[in-house]
Design a protein around this ligand. Structure first.
Ligand SMILES: [Cu+2]
Length: 662
């Protein structure tokens, strides 16, 4: 029985994408696995500075991720300085697509920190397991408690307040586990008002309200198999987007799945996990909250996805392999309804997404071959068929007359890398090649207003596949006291998709200055560099520092937009008895390589200083933590290179939170 539980737990580790060293058939190694796994489960969604973070704040702590921010809510995660069309963002491998043409709702906005356990970020083609990608993959791992020999209840409750925007939040979750049955449930509320910038000026339309709840039930059908059903419900109301001309009245997501997992005690096959899923997203944005507009517009959107993901894990002494089948069908619809003042007197109607179906089926494989104790070779690839159908093709014919209603694309991908560990040093080098299909907006969008460069964007169904050639390398050193890790990657992206001014067509929106069509540049290049260091000065005093730099250029050596300038972060962490003290400084230097063509201007440098202190105590042997802190202590007025329309970021923010473990 113990072995079975370990296997189940072991599965957890495989799913976490960590490279498990070859398992040896001794009880000692079984015990070891358990220790490793316990550590993995205890990993929390919190940052050095703040224990009650939002999903966005947590993602921001990764050096691979930057953000386009349109307000205080639902930041758009950029992986390797590339927009969300170029990455696959999934929840436990499930494909979900936002229903907003203005990117108000990335997938990361539909979860909460108390229903995920980990975020698995893979760079470039190494992320192709979940489907065709250029930038990589972000997989949000749901919390799922393993089966347990003894009946056990656990849970936590967290509450807190943030002074700047009067944010009040409550997050609760509870788990029950036994040897046959497991249940995980969570509920959360967040309510925030407008925030104030560094000049103590209120930023209008920056409020939000979010409710999220989730449930997961698992039942062990035999000693080596189990079934699991899961659901997440998320609703956001009255969300302001200060950088956009519209706000969100309501967005709702229902994310459901049912899965079956089979473990194998002997042979090469270790685990086979199959899941069917369904998710539906509704998004209602309008501009009636902006009374200055004489003509109003409603822009509702819907996105519905059915899918299947099936993964087999193979393993022997020196070989580890994951084979995954991804299949899904998505329907995306978005409408534009214009009316002077009264909704019933509609003057214009159009489909900004003319009921576009995307059907995808693909097979992916990742392999790890341990060449020796010190070195391993990773290689993998995927082959995907991507089919699109536009129901109201007449909207696409306005700019692309006679374009076919359907389009099928083949998306191949290959990657390989080599890893070497010599004593305290580690090195890796790798390369990748992959295609991606245009997104619904890039292929079929109709008059999607981009308030950043103030153009209306038109999709092009005939766009070629974007093709990425990448190379990456890393080197690091680690001992008991110090660690240094440097990473670089370089992407050469053929047929790079971007909007270019069209000579035809006139703007529809009175704020808009013209029409841009999505088109393919011959190529673009992107370079990313990061350096991470840590040092333990004393047992209780830790220092961390990181630097990132990126450069993106188009075919004419001109700058690409939304490329992060040199940025830095450094933090100190000190523990004294039951107290923990944290301080950090982060910032970007001046953005020199900006892109005026895409609406960017030069952004000055900024430096932000943060502080926090926490106190741990026990109520009936249960750990309780109280935290008090301040972000942007010096109340600096700033906006970053990727703040939509240069909206200022939050000024000084004092936060407090309290977490009880049940
Ligand atoms: Cu929207």
């Amino acid at each position: 029985m113990k072995y079975i539980i370990t296997l189940l737990l072991f599965w957890g580790i495989c799913a976490n994408g960590q490279n498990t060293k070859a398992e040896k058939d001794s009880t000692k190694s079984v015990e070891l696995e358990e220790v490793v796994i316990t550590a993995a489960i205890k990993k929390k969604i919190e940052t050095e500075m703040k224990m009650a973070v939002s999903v966005d704040e947590f993602l921001a702590s990764s050096e691979d991720i930057s953000f386009i921010k349109r307000g205080a809510y639902a930041w758009e995660p950029l992986l390797n300085n590339m927009s969300t069309e170029r990455s696959t963002i999934t929840i436990d491998g499930m494909h979900i697509f936002g229903a907003c043409t203005d990117k108000m709702d990335p997938v990361t906005s539909y979860i909460e920190t108390n229903n995920i356990s980990e975020i698995d970020i893979k760079s470039g083609q190494e992320g192709s397991l979940h489907g065709a990608t250029v930038a990589g993959s972000i997989d949000l791992k749901r919390k799922s408690t393993p089966f347990n020999l003894y009946k056990k209840w656990s849970g936590s409750y967290q509450t807190g307040f943030e002074l700047n925007n009067k944010q009040f939040f409550n997050l609760g979750n509870v788990s029950y586990s036994s040897d046959k049955f497991v249940a995980d449930a969570s509920i959360s509320f967040r309510e925030a008002g407008n925030y104030s910038d560094g000049n103590n000026k209120e930023v209008n339309h920056s409020q939000y309200n979010k409710f999220n709840t989730s449930i997961g039930l698992a039942y062990k059908t035999s000693t080596l198999s189990s079934v699991r059903v899961e659901a997440i419900f998320d609703q956001a109301n009255d969300v302001g987007f200060p950088a956009l001309p519209m706000d969100l009245w309501l967005s709702r997501a229902l994310i459901t799945s049912a899965s079956y997992k089979q473990l194998f005690e002997e042979g090469l096959f270790k685990v086979w996990d199959t899941k069917v899923y369904f998710n539906a997203i509704e998004h209602y944005m309008d501009d009636t909250t902006r009374p200055e507009n004489l003509v109003h517009m409603d822009m509702p959107g819907w996105s519905t996805t059915y899918g299947l993901v099936s993964k087999a894990t193979l393993k022997n002494e020196r070989f580890f392999s994951e084979i995954q089948l991804n299949a899904y069908n998505n329907l995306s619809i978005a409408e534009m309804r214009m009316y002077p003042q009264d909704r019933s007197e509609r003057t214009m109607f159009a489909y900004s997404w003319p009921s576009v179906t995307t059907t995808v089926a693909g097979i992916s494989m990742n392999n790890t071959w341990e060449l020796s104790e010190r070195s391993q070779l990773n290689f993998g690839g995927s082959l995907t068929i991507n089919y699109n159908h536009s129901k109201y093709v007449e909207f696409n014919w306005i700019f692309h007359p006679g374009t076919p209603q359907e389009k099928t694309r083949i998306l191949p991908s290959l990657n390989t890398s080599y890893q070497l560990d010599i004593n305290n040093f580690n090195f890796s080098i790798g390369t990748g090649y992959g295609h991606r299909a245009p997104s619904v907006s890039e292929g079929y969008g109709y008059y999607i207003y981009n308030s950043f460069d103030r153009y209306d964007y038109i999709g092009n169904p005939n766009l070629k596949n974007e093709i990425s050639y990448e190379g990456h390398a890393s080197a690091g050193f680690k001992n008991e006291k110090a660690s240094v890790q440097a990473k670089v990657n370089y992407f050469y992206i053929k047929n790079y998709i971007i909007g270019r001014v069209l000579s035809m067509g006139s703007p529809m929106n009175y704020q808009s200055v013209g029409v841009k069509g999505y088109t393919s540049l011959d190529h673009s290049t992107l370079f990313n560099f990061s350096l991470n260091t840590s040092y333990t000065l004393f047992d209780d005093l830790h220092w961390k520092g990181s630097l990132t730099y990126a450069r993106g250029k188009d075919e004419n050596e001109k700058n690409l937009p939304f490329i992060r300038p040199l940025s830095y972060q450094t933090s100190l962490n000190y523990n004294y008895e039951r107290f923990g003290f944290q301080t950090s400084v982060n910032g970007d230097i001046e953005q020199i390589n900006y892109s005026p063509e895409y609406g960017e201007d030069q952004t000055p440098s900024y430096t932000i200083w943060n502080l926090s202190v926490d106190y741990t105590f026990y109520i009936k042997n249960k750990k309780t933590v109280l935290q008090l802190g301040a972000e942007n202590v010096l109340n600096e007025y700033y906006s970053t290179y990727a703040d939509w329309g240069n909206i200022p970021r939050m000024g000084r923010n004092i936060f407090t939170s309290l977490k009880f473990n049940l």
